[in-house]
Design a protein around this ligand. Structure first.
Ligand SMILES: Nc1ncnc2c1ncn2[C@@H]1O[C@H](COP(=O)(O)OP(=O)(O)OP(=O)(O)O)[C@@H](O)[C@H]1O
Ligand SMILES: [Mg+2]
Length: 236
């Protein structure tokens, strides 16, 4: 019998990096090559851990994928869009389409949890109720009852859950997390990783997470290791 393409579906890559490079100028001497000819393909719906020693280029690579920083060379294709060439409105729209979670939460201290989640959408008109969606997301991360709390009244784990809800307000297909548990104790770390993997399982959000924690990396589908700006190993 003839095989049809439906029997052997190709895995769709959401992110395709080809020979991506980024250098930073140094005051004396040659520029520092933070990301050195990195090529990597990430399937839609995958949970990928980015590991490697301090200074190996993990954050820089996440910033390039999220277009927080611009690469010097190579191509970054996300969902069929070439990210490196974007500017102006297209660049802002792309940045809004990707969720980013930081190690230090970066919540606005004078806004409530609810307003922090709504914040990325405040300048924009939307065809849905922003506040209602923000409440749904706070419920999703287990903080429905803390919507009115200021960040200073929340634990580190709770603040990170608010930051995750905020990263999800635009329903991103791609969530980039830079050591999201780096400032949390082991119990809160486990809860945050549970939450991120649940989002991947239930909503199909592709997850790329920089982490120093081998236990967390082992819970992802794949672990990709960096050293001195290069990918040194790609497991599984
Ligand atoms: N804005 C910058 N200017 C100059 N050098 C930078 C800049 N950002 C990063 N670097 C350098 O690029 C290299 C990679 O840094 P990066 O922050 O990506 O590493 P990392 O793997 O995330 O490290 P960590 O695990 O400590 O977070 C480092 O040598 C760092 O000093
Ligand atoms: Mg880093």
């Amino acid at each position: 019998m003839e095989r049809t393409s439906a029997e052997a579906p190709a895995t769709t890559a959401l992110v395709r990096l080809t020979d991506v490079r980024k250098s930073f100028p140094l005051p004396d001497g040659p520029p520092l090559v933070a990301v050195n000819d990195v090529s990597l393909s990430i399937a839609a719906g995958a949970a990928v851990a980015l590991t490697g020693p301090s200074g190996s280029g993990k954050s820089t690579l996440l910033h390039l994928i999220g277009a927080i920083e611009r690469s010097d060379g190579g191509t970054i294709d996300v969902g069929g869009q070439e990210v490196t060439g974007l500017s102006g409105r297209a660049l802002s729209a792309y940045r809004r389409s990707v969720g980013f979670v930081f190690q230090r939460f970066h919540l606005l201290p004078t806004l409530t949890a609810l307003d922090n989640v709504v914040a990325p959408l405040i300048p924009f008109r939307t065809d849905f109720d922003k506040v209602a969606r923000a409440r749904e997301l706070l419920a999703l991360v287990g903080l429905a009852d803390r919507a009115a709390a200021l960040p200073s009244r929340l634990s580190g784990g709770q603040q990170q859950r608010v930051a995750i809800a905020r990263a999800l307000i635009n329903q991103p297909a791609l969530l980039l997390a830079d050591e999201p548990t780096g400032n949390l104790d082991s119990q809160n770390s486990a809860a945050i990783v549970d939450l991120l993997l649940k989002l991947r399982d239930e909503q199909g959000t592709t997850l790329v997470m920089a982490t120093h924690d081998a236990g967390i990396a082992a819970r992802c589908d794949r672990a990709v290791q960096m050293r001195d700006g290069r990918l040194t190993s790609v497991d599984r």
